[in-house]
Design a protein around this ligand. Structure first.
Ligand code: FAD
Ligand code: DHB
Length: 387
């Protein structure tokens, strides 16, 4: 097979890129190691920045998002049993619409356009991206296949093969692993509140989120030693209630979980994001702890820069935007890393914080709620910094 762009990963970033390239007449293939059903079963992000919504509009896949997505003009932070609101209205708000739904909309558009996605592509390997003739090999149905291309887009997440194909000497990684994870539950119950609630409590962080008026998503901070099987629903609901303020705990509606999983928290950036004809995007290049709701949105902003660069090259032969892709994307990545790191430190219980660290956290929260400038800064970052 020969295409202009071979993309690894039927991820939000890979599918968004594919859709924007299709619209520009650039042929592309997506190679995905898992099945379509598996990709659609993963419950992940829920909060979309305005920039992500605009990119999905440009890609022609925002119809259902506008019909079913919930516009949120604020969220609450609950500290010591008191809920306070952070206003987002003056900055346009965010949209609550699940990553699973974004993925489904993009897959449907891709199928309607007749573009090829190879699911269950095994042993994907990248070759020749440091020269002019890159290619990707994979195994499927007992045979090895080769895709020759002009460019490779590595959209295969943190554990993918793309970043690992780059020689160690050509890449620099920056990392912080946090000493806790998030235990998440999805349940077919009405959300406890119309808006999200981020909770700082002595027993640790909690988050009340949602997917729709009848589908709730809740998270609690847990240790890294935790096993999901040791968290029957009743234990989860009890622990969540103890972290909420009494009024919210009293109206929490519980029910059977339909998904339950633990995610570790990590900050990670690999620099640069371009190696010859290989371009990394999304979690393949960087991870943020989920506290700031930035992971999916950063994947989208990478694709904003990368799709523009590939389309400009295709239309004019000019490679300036391809050459500046890594620099432009990384600038925004580091700003979102800073915000996600800050919000994680603001709201979680850090076992090794010590008395001074805990006083600093209390002072930070005190400052946030006594300063409209501090709240404006939080809101500015939460809704998304400009591209
Ligand atoms: P990914 O979603 O990482 O997908 C990569 C794809 O590549 C997968 O389909 C995988 O199967 C495939 N792949 C991997 N290896 C290979 C290979 N060798 N060959 C072929 N294919 C391969 N972000 C937000 O913005 N807001 C939120 O509210 C938010 N909440 C989150 C909550 C949780 C619990 C978690 C875990 C994450 C959350 N995130 C959030 C982060 C967000 O989900 C990720 O940042 C986002 O999925 C990254 O998308 P991506 O396009 O980089 O690819
Ligand atoms: C969700 C996840 C987040 O990390 C976040 O900050 C807000 C919402 C969610 O899954 O709904």
């Amino acid at each position: 097979m020969r295409v202009q762009v071979a993309t690894i990963g039927s991820s939000p970033s890979g599918l968004m890129l594919g859709q924007l390239l299709n619209q520009a007449g650039i042929d592309n293939v997506i190679l995905e190691q898992r099945s379509k059903a598996h990709v659609l079963s993963r419950i992940r992000a829920g909060v979309l920045e305005q920039g992500t919504v605009e990119l999905l509009e440009r890609a022609g896949v925002a119809g259902r998002l506008h019909a079913e997505g919930l516009v949120h003009d604020g969220f609450d932070i609950c500290v010591s049993g008191t809920r306070r609101r952070v206003d987002l209205a003056s900055r346009g708000g965010v949209v609550v619409y699940g990553q699973t739904e974004v993925t489904r909309d993009l897959m449907e558009a891709r199928e309607a356009a007749g573009a090829v996605t190879v699911y269950e592509a095994g042993e994907v390997s990248l070759e020749g991206f440091d020269g002019d003739t890159p290619s990707v090999r994979y195994r499927k149905d007992g045979a090895t296949h080769q895709v020759r291309c002009d460019f490779i887009a590595g959209c295969d997440g943190f554990h993918g093969v793309s970043r690992k194909s780059v020689p160690d000497a050509a890449i620099t990684s920056f990392e912080r692993v946090y000493p806790f994870g998030w235990l998440g539950v999805l349940s077919e119950t009405p959300p406890v509140s119309d808006e999200l609630i981020y909770v700082h409590s002595p027993r640790g962080f909690a988050l009340c989120s949602m997917r729709s008026p009848t589908l709730s998503r809740y998270y609690i901070q847990c240790t890294l030693a935790e096993n999901v099987n040791e968290w029957p629903d009743e234990r989860f609901w009890h622990e969540l209630r103890t972290r909420l303020d009494p009024d919210t705990a009293a109206v929490l509606q519980t029910g059977p979980s339909i998904e339950k999983s633990i995610a570790p928290l990590r900050s990670f950036v690999a620099e640069p994001m371009r190696f010859g004809r290989l371009f990394l995007a999304g979690d393949a290049a960087h991870i943020v702890p989920p506290t700031g709701a930035k992971g999916l949105n950063l994947a989208a902003s990478d694709i904003h820069y990368l799709s523009d660069a590939l389309i400009e090259f295709h239309a004019t032969g000019r490679s300036g935007a391809l050459e500046s892709y890594s620099r432009r994307a990384l600038r925004r990545v580091w700003l979102a890393e800073r915000f996600s790191w800050w919000m994680t430190h603001l709201l979680h219980h850090f076992p090794d914080n010590g008395p001074f660290g805990m006083k600093m956290q209390t002072a930070e929260l005190e400052y946030l709620f006594s300063s409209s400038s501090a709240q404006a800064s939080l809101a500015e970052n939460y809704v998304g910094l400009p591209y």
